[in-house]
Write a protein that binds this ligand. Sequence first.
Ligand code: ADP
Ligand code: MG
Length: 347
Amino acid sequence: MSEDFTSIDKLGEFGLIQALTEKIPLQKASTVLGIGDDAAAFEHLLELSLCSSDLLVEGVHFDLTYVPPQHLGYKAAVVNFSDIAAMNGRPSQLLINLGISNRFGLEYLQELYRGIKLACEVYEVDLVGGDTTSSFSGLLISGTAIGSVPSERLVKRSGAKPNDLVVVSGDLGGAYLGLQILQREKSVFEADPDMQPQLAGNEYVLQRQLRPEARTDVVELLESLDVIPTSMIDLSDGLSSDLLHLCEASKTGVHLYEEKLPIDDQVFELAETFSLNASTVALNGGEDYELLFTIDLKDHDKIKGHPHLSVIGHMTDLEEGRHLITPDGNRLALQAQGWNSLLKQQK
Ligand code: ADP
Ligand code: MG
């Protein structure tokens, strides 16, 4: 964090908003009016509009001792873009609401906005507004993303049918292990402030936790492959819980194959360091922001062997139940354990 501290009390709400949002170029044709009026205006000709919010609360969703403000801003934007991608859409506008205490100076908030602006650049989204207020309970950041999708390409959670293939993008479990490393280094530091954090070598999982990406590229890829998923969700809670959401909404069962789970080598190694089973981490670790979707069997050839996509199972009749099939053929009931299971498993 910068050494400079400009009190936000001195700037006032108007001065602060101006300092944070000046020089933001608008680049989307769909943005008619950006920051500066009572509401932003946009139009999505011929497409459905999509809208999604996420609220991040200090102490609940992030810990300021190890999350740099620029990364926090980036993540606050990207988690919203991910929800738009999960509807098979593209994000185009973003609003950011802030609750801040005078503990934060202008310099800190400018860093936060550097991250938000970077995410907007990378994903070609316009920052078009928000609200700013004081908070007595730490930092609150809420993002609202607006996007669009041609109506025939909209994908809901509820469209999967028995025999559809279950597909996931990227790899799983990294963000959870990144968090484990940050928490471990925080407790080492609290015990002895002279200790330097040992983060080297763990860059991949740290990036997965601190600076996640939304898989809007997968939305583009599916369009170029001429595939419309039958159902889709983004992975925020963990594969087990989110897959169960698809099954619930679609009224199906599922067979998920443990040996097919995409897991990075670094995740395997680190799981061992933390005495965790890598598959359990992949199943229950949250915040990977990959896309989980189902496709009709007839589309299998179109995605087969694609390096960013793994077929990890198939939907079944509801009566079959929802199971993880282990490499030795055992069937375990899939459970939405989220992070609890990981805590229990840790020695
Ligand atoms: P109002 O009082 O009508 O809600 P504000 O004075 O709060 O308007 O906001 C003025 C303009 O600045 C609006 O366009 C609003 O969307 C924008 N704005 C306010 N806070 C933020 C923020 N944290 N990030 C981005 N834009 C913001
Ligand atoms: Mg206001």
